[in-house]
Design a protein around this ligand. Sequence first.
Ligand code: HEM
Length: 393
Amino acid sequence: MRPTRNTAPFIRIAPWHISFAWPDAPSRVYAQGSTALDKSPFYRAFYVQGTESLFSTHNRALHSSKRPLLSQPFSYQSIHGFESFMRESLGRFVLRVDRICSGDQFGDAVRAGGVMDALLWFNYLAFDIISDLAFGEPLGMVNKGSDVLAAESKDGTIFEEPAAALIDQRGRTAAVVGLVPIVEEYTKMLPIPFITAGGFIRVWKLRVAFPESLSRIATRCVKHRVESGVTRDDMLKRLIEGMREKEGGRVSQEEVVTEAMLLLTAGADTTANSLTAILFYILTHPDVHAKVVAELNSVNAGVAVFNSRPQALRLQSSIELKTITDSLPLYEETKSLPYMNTTIEEGLRLFATNAFGLPRVVGPEGFEMDGVSVPSGCEVSAPAYTIQRDPRI
Ligand code: HEM
């Protein structure tokens, strides 16, 4: 169904930018292939130390040449094959959360009385899973109960920074700066708390120092993998194989590192934010919560048996981690649970991690949608929040 004209389904949000809240706007504005529109200068704010990645490049030829590198690791077969690695991290996460709920005050994001910051803990989980798959080893955040990693500044000073929190702030600041790129230089001087204390100055430090520290971990892992000949079947292996194929047997370690880091920075906080929102919606709707739990119990026999053991016995057992990991349901068992999967999709619809419209530039042929023409050089976007919440769509 289409919105009617009197509800202004398109709006000029800047002199050069039209935002379309049409039902088919996402497929038109973000089309792939020959009708794809170029990414706008907005994405420059996401360059890491001046380097563009598959995500931030607005060079379409570069994007097309890099994309096949990621199509293999993202195939259904590959993701399915990664399940055992994900289950290990998930088992550690469930064990920690179980202990916190039993009163353990463990890690940076837990307060007395079993109160935990779900967003930070989902970040630890997502960072551990993606680093395990893309770097070949988990960053160990769940085990430490912390996202603090060592970073090194240009003068060699070692300092510690909360990786997940900074990547989140970096995304927010880059989104603001990206929309108005000319303010970038001035933002450092503005006395706005979000930009100074919480945001840009720390983000500036992050831009200079933190990616170096993460990329050093990634570089060490990639080098070790290429030289050792280890054949663990994860995203890193697929990236290296893709690179060999693309470059006729040669592997550019730098390019593998850049893409491995992209997976971590693009995939971790988006996943953690979405998981937190879905959990929030479930917990604030007791009827939904009860139905999801009932449906999960139908496949979760292992966890039910584990949970029925006395708390003290559960937490003292030396084989606890393995027991928990083994008792987690498999994807095969959960993939067709109708109520749980619909709940997840509904949570993703209500909470759009990238809520505003990501901007694209209109090419020489212009852009036309339902009678609205946008000339070449202007920007268009489709706002996820509005489109996903419009009852008529
Ligand atoms: C619920 C979780 C996620 C959400 C909401 C999300 C959202 C998005 C969106 C909206 C884009 C398009 C950005 C644009 O065109 O400007 C994107 C691109 C991308 N995402 Fe995600 N993402 C999620 C999870 C992940 C994960 C887990 C990974 C990797 C492990 C990942 C890797 C990427 C990459 C590499 C791109 C760039 C693709 C390209 O330009 O061809 N994302 N994501």
